[in-house]
Write a protein that binds this ligand. Structure first.
Ligand code: CTP
Ligand code: MG
Length: 319
């Protein structure tokens, strides 16, 4: 058997991960670019809306084989993220690679059974594989080991012998440098903070709105809009006069339906954006209106330099 201790993986080949559920295949697969990884779970999700849905496995496997075929026709590196503990499954993959003259690597993810079982515990229900199944997969993996070379794999290697942290960090680092614009690109610029608060998915919808009277100083106005629905946000440069950054969302004034001012409430996450859009923040206790302040009538506001001075800011802006 061609078992190598410090293997050089082919630049372009078919890499078949082999291991029981919970062995760490998907974790290892993430060290390759996402476009190179064919995940049976992922395809089950695409075909059946649920990665754990067993009745779509055959359809998902069909799709996997089709994409693999098309990729290998282009000599592209492909990683198969599935248990692959059944010989018939592996043989089909190897035969496809041979047809295209692609080298094949079996990567055995030989995690002990008790660890595989333990890792099922914290998983969501639809991703928790029954104990009997994990045991059977583990057993099949152990038994399959001696057969892998005979099945036609050019290289058989234990996952533990691979040097995958380096390419993983290299790729993450390149992405990060590009985001920061250190690779000569424009980078994410002033969207970096937006992403940290709300996640990358909202970035394509985010528009800064310069030149608005709704904000003053170094604060900036922005909008998230998709069709008929939108949110107005303000970036605050100096939250509560403490030099912190933050975002507020514009809401209807809770103190007076006819109010001509603006009511702002802090938003910290995409969940807050969702709440703001659906009205669930309309009575948020942190709302501060440019006319009504925080709605507390007495003079106990001990923060005259902070949020309450929005009214003054607004007055200045419209003067
Ligand atoms: N894990 C870990 N250390 C590793 C590899 C994996 O702690 N070196 C953990 C992961 O954080 C994950 C769990 O083990 O929570 C299961 O790993 P995963 O890659 O999801 O296992 P798979 O083999 O992909 O399981 P399945 O076949 O069910 O998809
Ligand atoms: Mg997995």
């Amino acid at each position: 058997m061609t078992s190598v201790l410090y293997p050089d993986l082919p630049e372009n080949g078919l890499i078949v991960l082999i291991g029981a559920s919970g062995a760490g295949k998907s974790t290892l697969a993430r060290t390759w670019p996402a476009s190179q990884v064919l995940s049976l779970d992922g395809l089950r999700g695409m075909v059946g809306d649920d990665p754990g849905r067993q009745d779509v496995t055959a359809d998902a496997a069909d799709v996997l084989k089709l994409i693999l075929e098309r990729r290998m026709a282009r000599k592209l590196n492909t990683v198969i993220d599935a248990t692959n503990v059944e010989q018939s499954v592996r043989v089909e993959l190897v035969m496809a690679a041979k047809r295209h003259g692609m080298p094949t690597v079996a990567v055995v993810v030989a995690t002990p059974l008790d660890v595989c079982l333990e890792r099922q515990g914290p998983r969501p229900d639809n991703r928790r594989v029954p104990e009997d199944t994990v045991r059977a997969q583990h057993q099949a993996r152990v038994h399959s080991h001696q057969q892998l070379a005979a099945e036609g794999f050019n290289t058989v290697v234990f996952a533990d012998a691979l040097y995958r942290l380096e390419p993983f960090l290299k790729r993450l680092s390149q992405v990060r440098e590009a985001e920061l614009g250190r690779d000569g690109s424009a980078g994410l610029g002033d969207l970096l903070l937006v992403r940290r608060f709300f996640g990358s998915e909202v970035l394509p919808l985010w528009r800064w709105r310069p030149g608005s009277d709704l904000v003053t100083g170094r604060d900036r106005l922005a909008e998230i809009r998709l069709g008929q629905q939108s949110l107005i946000l303000a970036f605050r440069d100096d939250v509560d006069g403490e030099g912190d950054f933050g975002f507020d969302v514009l809401l209807p004034c809770p103190f007076d339906a006819e109010c001509a001012g603006q009511a702002w409430a802090p938003v910290y996450s995409v969940t807050d954006l969702y709440k703001a859009l659906t009205g669930a923040m309309d009575s948020d206790p942190d709302i501060v209106c440019t006319v009504h302040g925080d709605g507390v009538d007495d003079d106990q506001d001990d923060d005259p330099e902070g949020r309450a001075d929005l009214e003054a800011q607004y007055a200045d802006a419209v003067a």
